[in-house]
Design a protein around this ligand. Structure first.
Ligand SMILES: [Zn+2]
Length: 455
C-alpha cells in the first residue's frame, strides 16, 4: 500500500474549520436584513472582530452618504509569499428576509446542522462564503503564511440592489487596487459540476405607461374610442418576436461577437431540458433551441407585470383611461442600460406607439472577464486539481451584480467561485450549504491563492 503523503494544508484546513465553527454560528445568528434596516451595526462588529483575529487591518467606510457601512480589510503576504501580488475578495454581509417563516424547518437565524448541511439564512448567500474564505486564510497562515497580499471589501446592501457600489468604487479605487478579484457566489450546478463563472449579465428595469382619456369611459364607446390597455398590449407586443427575440433596433450596437474561447466554453455547458421542464413546471415550449447559450449571451425583454382597468369581482364594462407595465431587459456585455431604455422608446415611436412612455427605473451593465486571462486559467486549473473533471467555465452568469463598477475601478479580472450547490436555496426557506462543499471550497480557495501567487 503506498504511503499517503501528509497534506499539511489539509490538516490546517480541517483544524481551521473546526475552530471557526462558533464564528460561523455567530455571524449567521444576526438578522442582517438591509431591506428592514436590521442588524447592520452588530454584523459589522462581528466581521471586524473576525478580521482582527486574523491580524488584518480593518477599516469601516462610512463615507458614502446614505449607505450602510462598507468593511475593508487588508492582510499582507507572509514572509515567503509574493508581495507583488494582491487579490481582492468581494462579499456582502446583508441577507434576504427569512419570510415565509412557516416554511423553515429550523430557526432561520440559527446555525442548524442537518443531513450534512449547514442550514440558516445566509449559509450560502453570502455569510457562509465569507467564513469559508476566512478559514482558508487561517489555514494558510498556519502553513507558512499567506502566499500574496489580500484585500476584502464587504457591502451591506447587495440584497437591495447595491445602490452605493458605484460611488464607493469611485472614491476608493486606490484602496481596492488588486491584480484579480474573487467575487461572491458560485459553486456546483445541478449536475455537480464546479463552475468558474467570469462575469454577470446586465439588466435594465423600466416602466411603460400610457393614458388615453381624462377619465374611464362607458365601454359602448369602444366602437370609436381607443383605450389605454389595448394600446399598451399592442405596443408591447411589437417589441418581442415569437421566439423571444427582442425587436428593438440598435440593441446589439456595441456587442462584440463571442470569442472562440467564449463559444467553446458555452458549447461545453450542460442543459437538461427534461429536468428543467420538470423543476419549473413549464407549460410552454422553450424560446431557444440553445438555452445554455441564451442564458449566457442572449438579451431578453420581459413584461414583469401589467395593470389597468377593472379585473375584480363581478363585472364592470369600462373603457380604461390608463395602463402601465413594468419590464426588464437582461443585457449582455456591450449594452448600456440607460441607452437600451431609450432605444425601446424610439422603437415604440417608430412602431406607431409614441403615446407609450418609457421611464427608466434602474440598471446595471453586464461584465465578462477575458476568459484567456491568467487568473481565469489559474482558477480553472485549480478547480480541476480540487474537483476533478467536473469543472465548467461559465463566461458569465445569467443573473446580474455590480461587477462592472469594480472592473472599471480596479481594472482586474473577476471570477465567482464559491461553496453553493444547486439545492442551496439562496433567498428561499431552508437556505443551506453542504458541509462537504464548505470544506472543499475552503481548500479550493486556499489553493487558488497559492497558485495565483506563483505566477
Ligand atoms: Zn449574494
Amino acid at each position: 500500500m503506498p504511503e499517503k503523503k501528509t497534506d499539511t494544508l489539509q490538516t490546517a484546513i480541517d483544524q481551521a474549520l473546526q475552530a471557526d465553527r462558533p464564528r460561523l454560528a455567530k455571524y449567521l445568528s444576526v438578522e442582517t436584513v438591509a431591506a428592514k434596516h436590521l442588524g447592520i451595526a452588530e454584523t459589522v462588529s462581528v466581521i471586524e472582530q473576525a478580521f482582527q483575529d486574523l491580524g488584518a487591518v480593518v477599516t469601516v467606510w462610512r463615507d458614502i452618504p446614505g449607505s450602510n457601512p462598507f468593511v475593508f480589510a487588508t492582510l499582507p503576504a507572509g514572509p515567503n509569499g509574493n508581495a507583488d501580488k494582491t487579490l481582492l475578495f468581494y462579499n456582502h454581509y446583508d441577507v434576504q428576509p427569512a419570510e415565509p417563516l412557516e416554511e423553515w424547518d429550523s430557526a432561520p437565524f440559527q446555525l442548524t446542522e442537518k443531513d450534512g448541511r449547514y442550514v440558516a439564512r445566509g449559509a450560502s448567500d453570502d455569510k457562509g462564503e465569507l467564513m469559508v474564505r476566512l478559514s482558508a486564510v487561517k489555514a494558510l497562515q498556519q502553513t507558512g503564511g499567506l502566499p500574496c497580499n489580500l484585500k476584502f471589501v464587504l457591502e451591506g446592501e447587495e440584497e437591495i440592489g447595491s445602490p452605493h457600489i458605484q460611488p464607493m468604487t469611485e472614491k476608493h479605487a486606490a484602496d481596492l487596487a488588486a491584480d484579480a478579484i474573487i467575487w461572491e457566489t458560485g459553486g456546483k450546478d445541478a449536475d455537480e459540476n464546479f463552475q468558474v463563472t467570469c462575469g454577470v449579465k446586465g439588466i435594465v428595469s423600466f416602466n411603460v405607461t400610457t393614458k388615453s382619456a381624462e377619465s374611464d369611459l362607458h365601454s359602448s364607446l369602444a366602437t370609436f374610442v381607443d383605450n389605454a390597455v389595448w394600446r399598451l398590449v399592442q405596443g408591447l407586443a411589437t417589441l418581442r418576436g415569437a421566439k423571444g427575440e427582442v425587436l428593438v433596433d440598435g440593441l446589439n450596437e456595441g456587442v462584440k461577437p463571442l470569442t472562440p474561447t467564449e463559444q467553446a466554453a458555452i458549447n461545453d455547458l450542460p442543459f437538461n431540458e427534461a429536468a428543467t421542464r420538470q423543476n419549473f413546471g413549464l407549460k410552454l415550449p422553450l424560446l431557444s433551441d440553445k438555452p445554455a447559450e441564451a442564458l449566457v449571451n442572449r438579451p431578453s425583454i420581459t413584461i414583469n407585470g401589467i395593470s389597468g382597468g377593472y379585473e375584480g369581482d363581478g363585472l364592470k364594462t369600462v373603457l380604461p383611461k390608463e395602463a402601465r407595465a413594468q419590464l426588464d431587459c437582461r443585457l449582455v456585455p456591450g449594452q448600456d442600460p440607460r441607452h437600451v431604455a431609450e432605444l425601446v422608446q424610439q422603437q415604440l415611436n417608430r412602431n406607431g406607439f409614441s403615446d407609450l412612455h418609457v421611464s427608466y427605473n434602474q440598471g446595471e451593465p453586464a461584465f465578462r472577464s477575458d476568459l484567456t486571462d491568467d487568473f481565469v486559467q489559474t482558477a480553472v486549473a485549480t478547480a480541476h486539481e480540487v474537483y476533478g473533471d467536473a469543472v465548467k467555465l461559465v463566461p458569465n452568469a445569467g443573473g446580474s451584480g455590480p461587477q462592472a463598477p469594480f472592473a472599471e475601478a480596479v481594472g482586474a479580472p473577476i471570477v465567482s467561485i464559491g461553496s453553493t450547490w444547486a439545492g442551496s436555496g439562496a433567498h428561499a426557506p431552508n437556505e443551506n450549504v453542504r458541509v462537504k462543499d464548505y470544506a472543499q471550497a475552503t481548500r479550493y480557495t486556499a489553493r487558488v491563492l497559492q497558485n495565483f501567487s506563483q505566477k
